[in-house]
Design a protein around this ligand. Structure first.
Ligand SMILES: [Ca+2]
Length: 306
């Protein structure tokens, strides 16, 4: 049975990411307190994420080529949607060499692959250009969905009172429940490589099994799971919390472990509590309350169900 593991995030790295910034900053957001809906007029939920990025190799996204978006997409920044406040906002340092000089897009989705149930919105403005290599942009550029002029998919301010509206993506289902079919959909197979699950076909540090389990593209290094580590309150105490993506179709078992030193790992109900477990997203928390200056690391173990 194939198994794979990865350290998903740590409290200290979360802080480091927040503090790193340099030239080429883009502040991007949606309008605050707006009504943002899916194609069936449901409010966007917390499972929606937005990415800032561009398309590689001159690829021009259209509604007809949604299946090829992810494999041509260069992620520059990502932001979780806050359903309570009805918006997302992020400040991103543009340092992806592959993105330099590209037209910038804001892509919102509840799942990044064009599979059943996917809802997407893709917006741009001809004036949104990621900086050319070696240049700095100062002061930071500010791109709001409210100033988008082109909706490649979905709508922006198309109807009174509705800011963003996603569109259902007519993609092909990812081999529902069949790990073999998932491999085959990317031209991979256990028959041609018995170690295919442990292999890292796109050299992004994430095994194919973990890509399957988290719903990312195994052949595109820029496709990665958007896990986040943060501090949340539980009753009178606070503890670090991890939210990570799941592939709703994957037949795998997820196990979360915790460590303070990357050496001793613990798991089980005494240490890790599942806060929520949706088909495409899971949130877990450290059962130990947060204490000052503590380092805590989460690790995800994934194994194929037989
Ligand atoms: Ca990989």
């Amino acid at each position: 049975m194939a198994t794979s593991r990865i350290i998903l995030g740590a409290l200290l790295t979360a802080f480091t990411a927040l503090m790193s910034a340099n030239g080429g900053q883009v502040v991007w957001s949606s309008e605050r307190m707006a009504t943002n809906l899916t194609s069936t007029n449901s409010p966007l939920g917390d499972d929606f994420r937005f990415e800032l990025g561009g398309f590689a190799n001159g690829f021009v996204p259209t509604a007809a080529n949604v299946a090829s978006w992810r494999s041509n997409w260069i992620t520059v920044g990502a932001a979780d949607y806050n359903s309570q406040l009805g918006f997302f906002a992020a400040s991103t340092s543009v340092d992806s060499a592959a993105a330099f000089g590209s037209a910038a897009y804001i892509w919102g989705f509840n799942r990044e692959l064009a599979t059943a149930g996917a809802e997407w919105v893709l917006l741009t403005n001809p004036e949104w250009m990621l900086p050319s290599a070696g240049t700095t942009i100062a002061p930071p550029r500010q791109w709001s969905t409210g100033t988008a002029t082109v909706a490649v998919l979905g709508n922006v301010n198309a109807q009174p009172g509705i800011h963003l509206q996603t569109a259902a993506v007519a993609g092909q289902a990812v081999g529902s429940a069949s790990a073999t079919a998932w491999l085959a959909s990317y031209g991979l197979s256990e028959a041609s490589d018995s170690q295919i699950w442990e292999a890292d076909s796109d050299n992004d540090g994430v095994s194919n099994l973990l890509e399957y389990a988290t719903g990312t593209h195994p052949l595109v290094a820029s496709s990665f799971s958007r896990e986040s580590v943060y501090i949340a309150s539980y009753g009178d105490s606070q503890s670090i919390t991890l939210t990570f993506d799941k592939n709703p179709d994957a037949m795998v078992h997820y196990q979360i472990e915790l460590s303070s030193d990357l050496n001793q790992w613990t798991s089980g109900d005494d240490f890790v509590e599942v806060v929520s477990d949706a088909p495409d997203r899971m949130t877990v928390r450290d059962m130990l309350p947060l204490t000052a200056n503590e380092s805590r690391f989460f690790r995800l173990n994934v194994s194929l169900l037989p």
